[in-house]
Design a protein around this ligand. Structure first.
Ligand code: MCA
Ligand code: AMP
Length: 462
């Protein structure tokens, strides 16, 4: 198999250059290579071969990095799994991904895990000669079932090159990376984006609104991070002066928060827009005006158009289609991907995301399918019908709420308990924060639930 150019570029960085800091240890690019080859030997010792899929369900840390590097060295396809997901959420993903092996800290969440304890030490392995695919990422489907979006090395390379040109990222830069590494934002833009350039990553277990490391030049976050950081930015603006670039994405930042950060620190957060299916689509510039409330202009070689209010995109970063279940209508006849986001262009040609045409709630930058929540909570004893939607939230941008029609078999107090017990099968951000008990749900003439009417027509208790 030919070595993907992406990997050749990663391997070409000087061996002694610092690449990763984790809990007081610094790993050079040379040490990362050795770590990858060691992990590839470990995977090979468990029967994993080039082209196999490997599930990785780990929180940020050196084990997660080693698992990724091991797959890269061996030519296996990574399937990052949300570390917060429970058995019920993982089951459809595992069914579709059919991984040869899953590396996880919570094996009890899987019905089948072929991961035996490490016995002895395997010889290092891996030629860094992968196939076309680098990863299979699952995104929350609007139908409730997560959808697999295969990622090629080529998609990532062309997209990250275009993005980094826009952002003027260099090998002297140091990214403080606090995003979880099982989403596109942290894994592709953060970890791989920095390493493609030869930049250094300071990895943290998670985001906490604390004083940032003083050698960091770059930070990427979701709007919730900036909102939680704002009081500290106002109290200690000097802690933020060493950043050359702060970026926001995954959900709308809004001009108000952007302006508040600017007033506190003098930093104009650069907003960009993308999806797991497309990698990055639009971005504001590093040099030039960053327009608050807009996500900027299309990246090099990427075409964006608005059709009946929906953002559609075509370009080298766009995936070829869902796997293993292609979705009819995901692309237009002329090859544009339908994002499901509602957009408009401002007078300068910058894209504004003005809403969503798809049924999706974005909680703290994490996509939640209301249909998935309804399917799980609809099974709670005492529920006749249920409809979920998002409501604005001052911390997480949006929260999930549920309107429930009781079937009359249990008291409301017991019904609420049943709903909360059912919701415990879901990861935290998907659980409804508020419930409303109603006599009927808004439906159209065909009986289809109209989630968009719920926030206007139902009063959700606090
Ligand atoms: C926390 N929980 C989660 C996640 N994070 N559930 C699902 N997915 C998650 N990513 C659960 C926890 O298990 C916990 O459940 C409950 O939520 C609260 O956890 P806690 O850590 O206290 O939450 P928090 O402090 O409020 O954290 C929220 C957060 C975090 C800091 C906003 O979710 C976060 O880092 N979000 C960033 C997500 C992200 O990277 N999005 C990019 C995807 P329990 O109660 O059971 O303990 S979008 C993307 O990639 C596209 C391409 C793009 O444009 O960027
Ligand atoms: P994901 O499927 O996790 O990759 O999330 C992609 C979705 O996040 C997009 O379809 C948008 O709805 C949303 N998104 C990403 N970036 C932005 C942004 N800057 N502003 C508004 N929404 C965004």
């Amino acid at each position: 198999m030919a070595r993907p150019r992406f990997l050749s570029r990663f391997l070409a960085h000087p061996a002694e250059r610092p690449a990763l800091d984790w809990q007081g240890s610094t790993y050079t690019f040379g040490e990362l290579r050795a770590l990858g080859e060691g992990a590839a030997g470990w995977l090979a010792g468990r029967g994993v071969k080039a082209g196999d899929r490997v599930g990785i369900q780990l929180e940020n840390g050196i084990e997660l990095v080693a698992a990724h590097l091991g797959c890269m060295a061996l030519g296996a396809v990574r399937v990052p799994l949300n570390a917060h997901y429970r058995a019920l959420e993982l089951a459809p993903i595992i069914e579709d991904a059919t991984p040869a092996l899953v590396i996880t800290a919570t094996p009890e969440h899987f019905s089948v895990v072929r991961c035996e304890p490490a016995v002895g030490s395997e010889p290092a392995a891996g030629s860094w000669d992968g196939g076309e695919l680098t990863a299979l990422l699952f995104t929350s489907g609007t139908t409730g079932r997560p959808k697999g979006a295969p990622q090629t090395w080529q998609m990532w390379e062309s997209n990250l090159d275009a993005l980094q040109q826009r952002w003027a990222l260099s090998s002297d830069d140091v990214l403080w990376l606090t995003l979880p590494l099982f989403h596109t934002h942290g894994l592709v833009l953060g970890l791989h984006g920095a390493w493609l350039r030869g930049a250094r990553v300071l990895l943290s277990p998670r985001f906490d609104p604390v004083e940032p490391p003083d050698n960091a030049t770059h930070f990427y976050g979701v709007p919730t991070y900036y909102r939680r950081w704002l009081p500290l930015m106002q109290a200690h603006p000097e802690w933020f002066t060493h950043f050359r670039l702060m970026v926001s994405g995954s959900d709308g930042l809004g001009a108000e928060l952007s302006d508040a950060v600017f007033e506190a620190t003098g930093q104009r957060i650069l907003e960009r827009y993308g999806m797991t299916e497309t990698v990055m689509i639009c971005s504001n510039p590093f040099d030039g005006e960053r327009r608050a409330g807009t996500v900027g202009t299309p990246l090099r070689d990427t075409e964006v158009r608005i059709v009946e209010g929906e953002v559609q995109v075509r370009g080298p970063g766009v995936f070829a289609g869902y796997w293993p279940r292609p979705e009819p209508g995901a692309f237009t006849d002329d090859g544009f991907f339908r994002t499901g986001d509602a957009g408009a262009l401002d007078e300068a040609g910058s894209l504004m995301i003005v809403g969503r045409k798809k049924d999706l709630v974005i909680v703290g930058g994490v996509n939640v399918s209301p249909a998935e929540v309804e399917a799980v909570l609809g099974r709670a004893p005492g529920v006749a019908e249920i409809g979920c939607c998002g409501l604005p939230d001052s911390d997480l941008n949006e929260i999930v709420v549920a309107a429930v029609v009781p079937d009359g078999t249990v008291e409301l107090i017991a019904l609420r308990r049943n709903l909360e017990a059912a919701a415990a099968a879901l990861s935290g951000l998907k659980r409804p924060r508020r419930y409303a008990f109603v006599s009927a749900l808004p439906r159209n003439a065909l009986g289809k639930l109209q989630r968009g009417r719920l926030p206007k027509e139902v009063s959700f208790d606090a």
